[in-house]
Design a protein around this ligand. Structure first.
Ligand SMILES: *Cc1c(COP(=O)(O)O)cnc(C)c1O
Length: 429
Protein backbone atom coordinates (compact mmCIF):
# COMPACT_ATOMS: atom_id res chain seq x y z
CA UNK A 1 0.00 0.00 0.00
CA UNK A 2 1.25 3.50 -0.86
CA UNK A 3 0.13 6.23 1.43
CA UNK A 4 0.83 9.82 0.72
CA UNK A 5 2.22 12.47 2.96
CA UNK A 6 -0.44 15.11 2.49
CA UNK A 7 1.50 17.82 4.31
CA UNK A 8 -0.91 17.90 7.24
CA UNK A 9 -1.47 15.35 10.04
CA UNK A 10 -4.04 12.54 9.74
CA UNK A 11 -7.07 12.93 11.98
CA UNK A 12 -7.49 11.06 15.25
CA UNK A 13 -10.67 9.59 13.79
CA UNK A 14 -8.82 8.22 10.77
CA UNK A 15 -6.10 6.74 12.97
CA UNK A 16 -8.61 5.17 15.39
CA UNK A 17 -9.89 3.15 12.43
CA UNK A 18 -6.42 2.27 11.10
CA UNK A 19 -6.15 -1.50 10.74
CA UNK A 20 -2.68 -1.70 12.37
CA UNK A 21 -3.99 -0.02 15.50
CA UNK A 22 -6.95 -2.32 16.15
CA UNK A 23 -4.79 -4.57 18.34
CA UNK A 24 -4.12 -1.71 20.77
CA UNK A 25 -6.70 -2.05 23.57
CA UNK A 26 -9.30 0.69 23.27
CA UNK A 27 -8.51 1.91 26.78
CA UNK A 28 -5.28 3.49 25.62
CA UNK A 29 -5.55 3.62 21.81
CA UNK A 30 -6.53 7.28 21.72
CA UNK A 31 -3.76 8.29 24.15
CA UNK A 32 -1.21 6.46 22.01
CA UNK A 33 -2.46 8.26 18.91
CA UNK A 34 -2.22 11.69 20.56
CA UNK A 35 1.30 10.93 21.71
CA UNK A 36 2.29 9.78 18.22
CA UNK A 37 0.72 12.84 16.59
CA UNK A 38 2.67 15.15 18.91
CA UNK A 39 5.92 13.42 18.08
CA UNK A 40 5.24 13.36 14.34
CA UNK A 41 4.22 17.02 14.29
CA UNK A 42 7.60 17.93 15.77
CA UNK A 43 9.29 16.09 12.92
CA UNK A 44 6.69 17.18 10.31
CA UNK A 45 5.95 13.54 9.50
CA UNK A 46 2.32 13.28 8.38
CA UNK A 47 2.19 9.96 6.54
CA UNK A 48 -0.71 8.05 8.10
CA UNK A 49 1.11 4.71 8.22
CA UNK A 50 4.16 6.23 9.84
CA UNK A 51 2.04 7.96 12.45
CA UNK A 52 0.22 4.66 13.02
CA UNK A 53 3.58 2.89 13.50
CA UNK A 54 4.59 5.55 16.01
CA UNK A 55 1.27 5.05 17.86
CA UNK A 56 1.88 1.32 17.97
CA UNK A 57 5.29 1.87 19.58
CA UNK A 58 3.87 4.44 22.01
CA UNK A 59 1.12 2.02 23.01
CA UNK A 60 3.69 -0.49 24.20
CA UNK A 61 4.73 1.85 27.00
CA UNK A 62 1.11 2.13 28.09
CA UNK A 63 0.61 -1.61 28.42
CA UNK A 64 0.73 -2.49 32.13
CA UNK A 65 3.02 -5.48 31.46
CA UNK A 66 4.75 -5.02 28.08
CA UNK A 67 5.48 -8.30 26.31
CA UNK A 68 9.12 -9.17 25.67
CA UNK A 69 11.16 -11.77 23.84
CA UNK A 70 13.73 -13.13 26.27
CA UNK A 71 17.06 -13.56 24.45
CA UNK A 72 18.95 -12.43 27.56
CA UNK A 73 20.71 -15.72 28.21
CA UNK A 74 18.91 -16.10 31.55
CA UNK A 75 15.98 -18.54 31.46
CA UNK A 76 14.31 -17.76 34.81
CA UNK A 77 14.80 -14.00 34.64
CA UNK A 78 13.04 -12.45 37.63
CA UNK A 79 12.75 -9.11 35.77
CA UNK A 80 11.09 -10.88 32.85
CA UNK A 81 8.57 -12.86 34.90
CA UNK A 82 10.61 -16.06 35.49
CA UNK A 83 9.04 -19.28 34.13
CA UNK A 84 6.72 -19.04 31.13
CA UNK A 85 3.57 -21.12 31.51
CA UNK A 86 2.72 -24.13 29.36
CA UNK A 87 -0.33 -23.49 27.09
CA UNK A 88 -2.39 -25.91 29.23
CA UNK A 89 -1.50 -23.91 32.37
CA UNK A 90 -2.37 -20.70 30.53
CA UNK A 91 -5.73 -22.15 29.51
CA UNK A 92 -6.44 -23.31 33.06
CA UNK A 93 -5.66 -19.81 34.31
CA UNK A 94 -8.07 -18.23 31.83
CA UNK A 95 -10.82 -20.74 32.71
CA UNK A 96 -10.36 -20.00 36.41
CA UNK A 97 -10.87 -16.28 35.77
CA UNK A 98 -14.61 -16.96 35.52
CA UNK A 99 -16.77 -17.84 38.54
CA UNK A 100 -15.39 -21.14 39.84
CA UNK A 101 -15.87 -23.26 42.95
CA UNK A 102 -12.89 -22.21 45.03
CA UNK A 103 -14.09 -22.56 48.58
CA UNK A 104 -17.25 -24.40 47.78
CA UNK A 105 -17.92 -28.14 47.78
CA UNK A 106 -20.01 -28.98 44.68
CA UNK A 107 -20.95 -32.38 46.23
CA UNK A 108 -22.51 -31.04 49.41
CA UNK A 109 -23.22 -27.43 48.52
CA UNK A 110 -21.32 -26.33 51.63
CA UNK A 111 -18.09 -24.43 52.22
CA UNK A 112 -15.11 -26.39 50.88
CA UNK A 113 -11.32 -26.31 50.98
CA UNK A 114 -9.80 -24.08 48.29
CA UNK A 115 -6.55 -26.06 48.07
CA UNK A 116 -7.79 -29.65 48.10
CA UNK A 117 -6.98 -30.44 44.49
CA UNK A 118 -3.58 -28.78 44.41
CA UNK A 119 -2.60 -30.34 47.74
CA UNK A 120 -3.44 -33.85 46.50
CA UNK A 121 -1.28 -33.35 43.42
CA UNK A 122 1.64 -31.95 45.43
CA UNK A 123 1.52 -34.86 47.87
CA UNK A 124 1.41 -37.39 45.05
CA UNK A 125 4.41 -35.85 43.27
CA UNK A 126 6.63 -35.14 46.28
CA UNK A 127 5.63 -37.83 48.76
CA UNK A 128 4.82 -35.16 51.35
CA UNK A 129 2.00 -36.12 53.78
CA UNK A 130 0.51 -32.60 53.44
CA UNK A 131 1.01 -29.34 51.52
CA UNK A 132 -0.09 -25.71 51.49
CA UNK A 133 0.36 -23.00 48.83
CA UNK A 134 0.99 -19.27 49.38
CA UNK A 135 2.07 -16.34 47.20
CA UNK A 136 5.82 -17.00 46.93
CA UNK A 137 8.64 -18.84 48.63
CA UNK A 138 9.59 -15.83 50.78
CA UNK A 139 6.05 -15.86 52.22
CA UNK A 140 6.23 -19.64 52.66
CA UNK A 141 9.38 -19.32 54.75
CA UNK A 142 7.94 -16.53 56.94
CA UNK A 143 4.80 -18.56 57.50
CA UNK A 144 6.76 -21.72 58.29
CA UNK A 145 8.94 -20.02 60.90
CA UNK A 146 5.98 -18.15 62.36
CA UNK A 147 3.86 -21.29 62.63
CA UNK A 148 6.49 -23.59 64.14
CA UNK A 149 8.64 -21.25 66.21
CA UNK A 150 7.02 -17.89 66.99
CA UNK A 151 8.56 -16.48 70.16
CA UNK A 152 11.31 -19.13 70.09
CA UNK A 153 14.92 -19.47 68.97
CA UNK A 154 15.83 -20.84 65.56
CA UNK A 155 19.32 -22.18 64.81
CA UNK A 156 20.83 -21.41 61.37
CA UNK A 157 24.29 -22.11 59.99
CA UNK A 158 26.57 -19.12 59.31
CA UNK A 159 27.14 -20.67 55.88
CA UNK A 160 23.45 -20.36 55.02
CA UNK A 161 22.76 -16.76 56.05
CA UNK A 162 21.33 -15.90 52.66
CA UNK A 163 20.18 -12.75 50.92
CA UNK A 164 17.88 -13.30 47.96
CA UNK A 165 17.31 -9.89 46.44
CA UNK A 166 17.56 -6.66 48.45
CA UNK A 167 14.67 -6.94 50.86
CA UNK A 168 14.96 -10.68 51.51
CA UNK A 169 17.75 -11.16 54.03
CA UNK A 170 17.41 -14.10 56.34
CA UNK A 171 18.03 -12.27 59.66
CA UNK A 172 15.32 -9.70 58.83
CA UNK A 173 12.89 -12.36 57.62
CA UNK A 174 13.35 -14.23 60.88
CA UNK A 175 12.79 -11.10 62.96
CA UNK A 176 9.59 -10.33 61.03
CA UNK A 177 8.41 -13.91 61.57
CA UNK A 178 8.69 -13.42 65.32
CA UNK A 179 11.62 -15.77 65.93
CA UNK A 180 15.05 -15.18 67.43
CA UNK A 181 18.07 -16.08 65.30
CA UNK A 182 20.81 -18.27 66.77
CA UNK A 183 23.82 -18.47 64.42
CA UNK A 184 25.77 -21.72 64.52
CA UNK A 185 28.93 -23.14 62.95
CA UNK A 186 31.23 -21.34 60.54
CA UNK A 187 30.83 -20.04 56.99
CA UNK A 188 32.45 -23.12 55.46
CA UNK A 189 31.72 -25.84 58.02
CA UNK A 190 28.74 -26.58 60.23
CA UNK A 191 28.13 -29.88 62.03
CA UNK A 192 25.09 -31.37 63.74
CA UNK A 193 26.80 -30.83 67.10
CA UNK A 194 26.77 -27.07 66.37
CA UNK A 195 22.96 -27.13 66.14
CA UNK A 196 22.76 -29.34 69.24
CA UNK A 197 24.81 -26.72 71.11
CA UNK A 198 22.04 -24.09 70.93
CA UNK A 199 20.28 -23.88 74.30
CA UNK A 200 16.50 -23.79 74.20
CA UNK A 201 16.09 -23.90 70.41
CA UNK A 202 12.52 -24.29 69.14
CA UNK A 203 13.48 -25.07 65.55
CA UNK A 204 16.46 -25.67 63.29
CA UNK A 205 16.46 -24.08 59.83
CA UNK A 206 18.36 -25.02 56.66
CA UNK A 207 18.53 -22.60 53.72
CA UNK A 208 19.62 -23.73 50.29
CA UNK A 209 22.43 -21.39 49.21
CA UNK A 210 20.58 -20.66 45.99
CA UNK A 211 22.62 -17.85 44.54
CA UNK A 212 26.15 -18.64 45.67
CA UNK A 213 28.46 -21.59 46.22
CA UNK A 214 30.82 -22.30 49.07
CA UNK A 215 33.54 -24.60 47.79
CA UNK A 216 36.79 -26.03 49.14
CA UNK A 217 37.10 -27.16 52.78
CA UNK A 218 33.38 -27.40 53.49
CA UNK A 219 30.99 -29.54 55.51
CA UNK A 220 27.28 -29.54 56.19
CA UNK A 221 25.13 -32.40 57.45
CA UNK A 222 22.87 -34.44 55.13
CA UNK A 223 19.19 -33.55 55.51
CA UNK A 224 18.07 -36.98 56.81
CA UNK A 225 20.63 -37.24 59.65
CA UNK A 226 20.05 -33.56 60.50
CA UNK A 227 16.26 -34.08 60.78
CA UNK A 228 16.77 -37.25 62.86
CA UNK A 229 19.05 -35.37 65.29
CA UNK A 230 16.50 -32.56 65.59
CA UNK A 231 13.77 -35.05 66.37
CA UNK A 232 15.95 -36.60 69.10
CA UNK A 233 16.41 -33.12 70.53
CA UNK A 234 12.65 -32.42 70.39
CA UNK A 235 13.17 -29.55 67.92
CA UNK A 236 11.14 -28.69 64.78
CA UNK A 237 12.79 -28.51 61.33
CA UNK A 238 12.33 -26.19 58.33
CA UNK A 239 14.21 -26.50 55.03
CA UNK A 240 14.04 -23.48 52.71
CA UNK A 241 14.90 -25.19 49.44
CA UNK A 242 13.74 -22.57 46.92
CA UNK A 243 14.45 -24.25 43.56
CA UNK A 244 11.55 -26.72 43.42
CA UNK A 245 13.39 -29.26 41.26
CA UNK A 246 11.09 -32.29 40.91
CA UNK A 247 13.19 -34.35 38.49
CA UNK A 248 16.76 -35.53 38.02
CA UNK A 249 18.27 -32.81 35.89
CA UNK A 250 21.47 -34.63 34.97
CA UNK A 251 19.49 -35.23 31.75
CA UNK A 252 20.27 -31.58 30.89
CA UNK A 253 23.98 -32.22 31.52
CA UNK A 254 23.95 -30.54 34.93
CA UNK A 255 25.71 -31.81 38.06
CA UNK A 256 23.51 -33.72 40.51
CA UNK A 257 21.16 -31.69 42.68
CA UNK A 258 18.89 -33.47 45.15
CA UNK A 259 15.30 -33.29 43.83
CA UNK A 260 12.56 -32.03 46.14
CA UNK A 261 10.96 -35.47 46.81
CA UNK A 262 14.24 -36.75 48.29
CA UNK A 263 14.53 -33.64 50.48
CA UNK A 264 10.93 -34.13 51.63
CA UNK A 265 11.77 -37.79 52.39
CA UNK A 266 14.20 -36.56 55.08
CA UNK A 267 11.06 -36.11 57.18
CA UNK A 268 11.51 -32.39 57.85
CA UNK A 269 8.46 -30.70 59.37
CA UNK A 270 8.29 -28.20 56.51
CA UNK A 271 10.09 -27.75 53.16
CA UNK A 272 9.59 -24.47 51.20
CA UNK A 273 9.87 -24.24 47.41
CA UNK A 274 8.99 -21.72 44.67
CA UNK A 275 6.41 -22.38 41.94
CA UNK A 276 8.10 -20.34 39.20
CA UNK A 277 11.66 -21.61 39.35
CA UNK A 278 12.69 -25.13 38.27
CA UNK A 279 9.09 -26.31 38.60
CA UNK A 280 8.21 -24.12 35.62
CA UNK A 281 4.84 -22.96 36.96
CA UNK A 282 3.24 -19.72 38.20
CA UNK A 283 4.64 -17.58 41.02
CA UNK A 284 3.83 -19.41 44.24
CA UNK A 285 5.36 -20.55 47.51
CA UNK A 286 4.77 -24.20 48.31
CA UNK A 287 4.99 -25.68 51.79
CA UNK A 288 5.48 -29.44 51.87
CA UNK A 289 5.51 -31.27 55.16
CA UNK A 290 4.08 -33.24 58.01
CA UNK A 291 0.31 -33.19 58.51
CA UNK A 292 0.55 -31.59 61.94
CA UNK A 293 2.95 -28.86 60.78
CA UNK A 294 0.75 -27.98 57.78
CA UNK A 295 -2.30 -27.86 60.11
CA UNK A 296 -0.43 -25.33 62.28
CA UNK A 297 0.48 -23.33 59.16
CA UNK A 298 -3.16 -23.14 58.03
CA UNK A 299 -4.26 -21.65 61.37
CA UNK A 300 -1.88 -18.66 61.26
CA UNK A 301 -3.11 -15.15 60.32
CA UNK A 302 -0.12 -15.04 57.90
CA UNK A 303 -1.71 -17.94 55.99
CA UNK A 304 -4.67 -15.67 55.23
CA UNK A 305 -2.42 -12.67 54.49
CA UNK A 306 -0.27 -14.66 52.04
CA UNK A 307 -3.29 -16.40 50.50
CA UNK A 308 -2.83 -17.45 46.90
CA UNK A 309 -5.48 -16.60 44.30
CA UNK A 310 -7.60 -18.96 42.19
CA UNK A 311 -5.64 -18.13 39.01
CA UNK A 312 -2.39 -19.32 40.58
CA UNK A 313 -4.02 -22.47 41.96
CA UNK A 314 -5.41 -23.32 38.51
CA UNK A 315 -2.12 -22.73 36.69
CA UNK A 316 -0.16 -24.62 39.34
CA UNK A 317 -2.50 -27.64 39.20
CA UNK A 318 -2.22 -27.75 35.39
CA UNK A 319 1.59 -27.54 35.58
CA UNK A 320 1.67 -30.35 38.16
CA UNK A 321 -0.50 -32.46 35.86
CA UNK A 322 2.22 -32.25 33.20
CA UNK A 323 4.56 -33.90 35.72
CA UNK A 324 1.93 -36.48 36.73
CA UNK A 325 1.45 -37.56 33.13
CA UNK A 326 5.20 -37.62 32.43
CA UNK A 327 5.00 -34.59 30.11
CA UNK A 328 7.11 -32.19 32.22
CA UNK A 329 9.66 -31.87 29.39
CA UNK A 330 6.97 -29.89 27.51
CA UNK A 331 6.91 -27.03 30.03
CA UNK A 332 8.61 -24.01 28.39
CA UNK A 333 11.33 -24.01 31.05
CA UNK A 334 12.30 -27.66 30.56
CA UNK A 335 11.90 -27.43 26.78
CA UNK A 336 14.50 -24.62 26.82
CA UNK A 337 16.78 -26.55 29.19
CA UNK A 338 16.69 -29.70 27.08
CA UNK A 339 16.67 -28.11 23.59
CA UNK A 340 19.39 -29.82 21.53
CA UNK A 341 22.52 -27.73 20.98
CA UNK A 342 22.38 -28.22 17.21
CA UNK A 343 18.89 -26.73 17.13
CA UNK A 344 20.00 -23.73 19.18
CA UNK A 345 22.94 -23.24 16.80
CA UNK A 346 20.59 -23.18 13.80
CA UNK A 347 18.33 -20.70 15.64
CA UNK A 348 21.30 -18.41 16.41
CA UNK A 349 22.37 -18.53 12.75
CA UNK A 350 18.88 -17.56 11.63
CA UNK A 351 19.01 -14.43 13.81
CA UNK A 352 22.00 -13.13 11.80
CA UNK A 353 25.24 -11.68 13.18
CA UNK A 354 28.16 -13.82 14.24
CA UNK A 355 27.42 -17.17 15.85
CA UNK A 356 29.43 -17.77 19.03
CA UNK A 357 29.28 -20.40 21.80
CA UNK A 358 28.17 -19.29 25.25
CA UNK A 359 26.38 -20.50 28.38
CA UNK A 360 22.69 -20.03 29.21
CA UNK A 361 22.14 -19.29 32.88
CA UNK A 362 19.24 -20.99 34.65
CA UNK A 363 18.63 -17.81 36.67
CA UNK A 364 16.67 -16.97 39.83
CA UNK A 365 19.61 -18.18 41.85
CA UNK A 366 18.40 -21.69 41.07
CA UNK A 367 21.81 -22.93 39.90
CA UNK A 368 24.62 -20.45 40.59
CA UNK A 369 27.74 -20.75 38.49
CA UNK A 370 26.10 -23.42 36.34
CA UNK A 371 25.31 -22.90 32.69
CA UNK A 372 23.98 -24.86 29.77
CA UNK A 373 25.90 -24.85 26.52
CA UNK A 374 24.32 -22.60 23.95
CA UNK A 375 24.99 -20.59 20.78
CA UNK A 376 24.37 -16.86 20.56
CA UNK A 377 23.91 -14.44 17.68
CA UNK A 378 26.51 -11.74 18.39
CA UNK A 379 26.37 -8.21 16.97
CA UNK A 380 29.64 -6.31 17.36
CA UNK A 381 28.75 -3.05 15.62
CA UNK A 382 27.02 -0.28 17.58
CA UNK A 383 25.85 -2.79 20.20
CA UNK A 384 24.42 -0.24 22.64
CA UNK A 385 22.32 1.44 19.93
CA UNK A 386 21.09 -1.88 18.51
CA UNK A 387 20.22 -3.11 22.01
CA UNK A 388 18.13 0.00 22.58
CA UNK A 389 16.40 -0.25 19.20
CA UNK A 390 15.53 -3.88 19.86
CA UNK A 391 14.02 -2.96 23.21
CA UNK A 392 11.96 -0.26 21.51
CA UNK A 393 10.82 -2.28 18.50
CA UNK A 394 7.20 -3.44 18.11
CA UNK A 395 7.91 -6.16 20.66
CA UNK A 396 10.75 -5.63 23.14
CA UNK A 397 13.65 -7.94 22.38
CA UNK A 398 16.00 -8.33 25.34
CA UNK A 399 19.62 -9.41 24.88
CA UNK A 400 22.72 -8.65 26.90
CA UNK A 401 25.87 -6.61 26.29
CA UNK A 402 29.21 -8.30 26.86
CA UNK A 403 32.62 -7.14 25.63
CA UNK A 404 30.94 -4.22 23.85
CA UNK A 405 28.90 -6.65 21.72
CA UNK A 406 25.21 -7.51 21.84
CA UNK A 407 24.60 -11.21 22.56
CA UNK A 408 21.24 -12.77 21.72
CA UNK A 409 20.65 -16.26 23.15
CA UNK A 410 17.78 -18.08 21.38
CA UNK A 411 17.46 -20.83 24.04
CA UNK A 412 14.83 -18.99 26.12
CA UNK A 413 12.47 -18.16 23.23
CA UNK A 414 9.84 -20.04 21.21
CA UNK A 415 10.12 -20.63 17.41
CA UNK A 416 7.43 -17.96 16.79
CA UNK A 417 9.27 -15.45 18.95
CA UNK A 418 12.56 -16.20 17.17
CA UNK A 419 10.89 -15.66 13.81
CA UNK A 420 9.56 -12.29 15.01
CA UNK A 421 12.97 -11.33 16.41
CA UNK A 422 14.64 -12.37 13.14
CA UNK A 423 12.34 -10.12 11.13
CA UNK A 424 13.05 -7.14 13.40
CA UNK A 425 16.81 -7.79 13.21
CA UNK A 426 16.78 -7.98 9.42
CA UNK A 427 15.08 -4.60 9.36
CA UNK A 428 17.49 -3.00 11.85
CA UNK A 429 20.87 -4.42 10.75
C1 LIG B 1 14.21 -18.08 45.40
C2 LIG B 1 14.31 -18.43 46.83
C3 LIG B 1 13.49 -17.81 47.78
C4 LIG B 1 12.48 -16.77 47.40
O1 LIG B 1 11.54 -17.31 46.55
P1 LIG B 1 10.38 -16.40 45.88
O2 LIG B 1 9.47 -17.40 45.29
O3 LIG B 1 11.09 -15.55 44.88
O4 LIG B 1 9.78 -15.61 46.97
C5 LIG B 1 13.63 -18.18 49.10
N1 LIG B 1 14.53 -19.10 49.47
C6 LIG B 1 15.34 -19.73 48.59
C7 LIG B 1 16.32 -20.75 49.10
C8 LIG B 1 15.25 -19.42 47.24
O5 LIG B 1 16.04 -20.03 46.36
Amino acid sequence: MHSVDKGYPPSVHELMAHSDLQRIPEAWRKDAIHLALNRCRDQQVYDVDRVAMEALLASRWMAPLPEVINLSGVLLHTGLGRARLHPEAQAALVRASAAVAVEFDIETGHRGDRQNHVENRLCELTGAPAAYVVNNCAAALMLALNALAEGGRVAVSRGEMIEIGGAFRLPEVMAQSGVELAEVGCTNRTRISDYQGVEGATAWLRCHPSNYRITGFTESPGYAEWVAAARDAGVRTVIDLGHGLLVDWREAGLPYEMPTPQVVASGADLVCISGDKLLGGPQAGILLGQTEAIAEVRKRPFARAFRVDKLTLAALAATLDLYRSGRWRETPFWESMLRPLAQVEAEAKALGGEVRPSLTEVGSGAAPGIGIETWCAVFTKDAARLSQELRHSEISIIGHIQDKSLWLDPRGATPEELEQAGAVLRRLT
